[in-house]
Ligand binder design. Structure first.
Ligand code: CO
Length: 134
């Protein structure tokens, strides 16, 4: 059911420093930061030939990334995002298989203006999984 790896997201305590690391040390193409108030994050995308890295920094007091950074002060891998053809069909299949969808189960518009859902890490080997309708 899942398709391509759309991105790997890494929570970072310093977005400018992380952008510099990817741009200068690793020599990657790095976007400008984009605030996403609905998701409580500021994101930077690193474009790689076969996928993307999403650098995440908390935005606002209720950011879901703030607690993650409190537990991982140097930053760390936050989630992986897989593409699906039909997000509602994917959600229904996943819930029928016993997986838990976070939130109210309704897709939200994610960082690429496409519908996304997040799946409970305990159901996926301890990893937060995002699915995005490609
Ligand atoms: Co993501």
């Amino acid at each position: 059911m899942i398709g391509r790896l759309n991105h790997v997201a890494i929570a970072v305590p310093d977005l400018a420093a992380a952008s510099k690391t990817y741009r200068e040390t690793l020599g990657a193409k790095v976007s400008a930061p984009v605030d996403m108030p609905a998701h409580g994050v500021t994101t930077v995308f690193v474009e790689l030939p076969n996928t993307k890295i999403e650098l995440l920094h908390p935005l606002g007091a209720a950011s879901p990334v703030a607690k993650f950074l409190a537990d991982h002060p140097s930053g760390g891998m936050h989630h992986v995002c897989f593409e699906v053809d039909d997000i509602l069909a994917a959600r229904d299949r996943l819930t029928a298989e016993g997986a838990r969808v976070l939130g109210d189960g309704q897709p939200r518009i994610g960082a690429h203006d496409k519908p996304v859902l997040f799946l409970h890490p305990k159901d996926f080997c301890g990893t937060l999984v995002e699915i995005e309708q490609a």
